[in-house]
Design a protein around this ligand. Structure first.
Ligand code: PLP
Length: 414
């Protein structure tokens, strides 16, 4: 046994065991095939199994699109494998610049005069954005953060050092009162556009009206809306027809866009400020230019006829699930949340039920993740069913049928 066992390693082993005991232990699964509805996985015993998966954020099924794979290869041939440095040194390539121009143009109907800035991931974009905004000059900054915000916004708010006020989910009256009381020099409302564990939309029109009334800015994280919602997949602002200089938009490019990365679209001065001040932007190597190159093809697909067809297919799957699942599992208190998006959570109650259900689905060759507290409230453990344009009608019918069979077999408590 290692001599270090008595110290840190011993403590870690104990804490990991405690997590196992509380059914809170996490482990990795190795996918042996590209992201898609039918995914091959390596099971713990080393055998490769195939699962019908309802868990990815690849909402349009672009992650293994041949045109994107070709574009990634072509990008590598033209620009090399790596960027070599951060954006401010020599890592900012033609591919990054062109992608940013394309994104700015796409968002400018909603964020007037928008300039866009590309990041390696959405997590880093949110850290950069919130720390950068809070460091703007000598103003005292308050961030008004929605309760259900994504972890990256929560972490960005913490790291920013700004004062943080959290408001209850979708409670615009409470937010209005907090804004009215605030004496901060700079007020910023921060929200997910589509909540990742509930699938519902934030009341963005009301939030923007509050921002206007109280001279605040509105940061919108559209990780689950960009590519999916609005005409041409332009996202949640387009879906609701919202346009304002007060909007600061963050979209991710590893979900519906099928590749990876993220961007912020905002007033050019704000983007210039981020380039000059945001440490998570400045002190990291630029993403491989091939990624930025492939993303230009992804945007072409998203905004073109193929994107329209894929969004139509996704909406059909959402309608199909919502019209058949509630009846199939009726009578035992499982509740399909009222979500218009690809995220369709089935709330089943306690952790044990959610875990047992996930295990039972797995035994039937299906992969639907159980989401438990603290990610969701205690007593609201759920299956997070994520639909994609790549799912067929038969895939969704199979999920409904297996859930129905489990429900009947077990009286609703597997
Ligand atoms: C996934 C997600 C992010 C992080 O984006 P990555 O590109 O995966 O780092 C940020 N915000 C929300 C709401 C998300 O769902």
């Amino acid at each position: 046994m290692s001599v270090l066992r008595g110290g840190l390693l011993g403590t870690l082993a104990e804490q990991l065991q405690a997590r196992r005991d509380q059914h809170a232990y996490r482990s990795l699964r190795v996918a042996e095939s590209p992201c898609g509805p039918h995914q091959r996985l390596r099971a713990e015993n080393g055998v490769v199994v195939e699962r019908l998966a309802f868990c990815s954020n690849d909402y349009l099924g672009l992650a293994h699109h041949p045109a994107l794979i070709d574009a990634l290869a072509e990008g590598a041939r033209r620009f090399g494998a790596g960027s070599g440095a951060s954006h401010l040194i020599n890592g900012h390539s033609r591919a990054h610049a062109d992608l940013e121009d394309q994104l700015a143009q796409l968002m400018s109907p909603w964020v007037p005069e928008a300039r866009a800035l590309f990041f390696c991931t959405g997590y880093m974009a949110n850290l950069a954005l919130l720390t950068g905004l809070a460091s703007a000059g000598d103003r005292s900054t308050t961030l008004f953060c929605e309760k259900l915000n994504h972890a990256s916004l929560i972490d960005g708010a913490k790291l920013s050092g700004a004062q943080v006020q959290r408001y209850p989910h979708a409670d615009t009256a409470r937010l209005g009162a907090l804004l009215a009381q605030s004496t901060a020099g700079l007020k910023i409302i921060v929200t997910d556009a589509v909540f990742s564990m509930d699938g519902c939309l934030a009341p963005l029109a009301e939030l923007l009206a509050l921002a206007e009334t109280h001279d605040a800015w509105l940061v919108v994280d559209d990780a689950h809306g960009f590519g999916v919602l609005g005409p041409q997949g332009q996202g949640s602002l387009a879906e609701l027809g919202l346009r304002s200089e007060r909007l600061i938009y963050m979209g991710t490019l590893g979900k519906a866009a099928g590749v990876g990365g993220a961007f912020v679209a905002a007033h050019p001065l704000l983007i210039e400020w981020l380039i000059n001040s945001a440490r998570p932007y400045i002190y990291t190597t630029a993403a491989p230019p091939a990624v930025a190159f492939a993303l230009q093809t992804s945007l072409d697909l998203i905004t073109g006829p193929e994107g329209d067809a894929r969004r139509t297919a996704l909406r059909a799957r959402i309608t199909q699930l919502r019209s058949h699942l509630p009846a199939a599992v009726a009578g035992r208190g499982w509740r399909l949340l009222d979500s218009p998006t690809a995220i369709q959570p089935l709330v089943v109650g306690d952790n044990a039920t959610a875990l047992a259900l996930t295990a039972a689905l797995e035994a039937h060759g299906l992969w639907v993740p159980a989401i438990r507290p603290p990610t969701v409230p205690v007593g609201a453990a759920r299956l997070r069913i994520a639909l994609s344009a790549a799912h067929t009608e038969a895939d969704v019918a199979h999920l409904v049928q297996v859930l129905h069979a489990l429900h009947v077999l077990t009286g609703g408590a597997p």
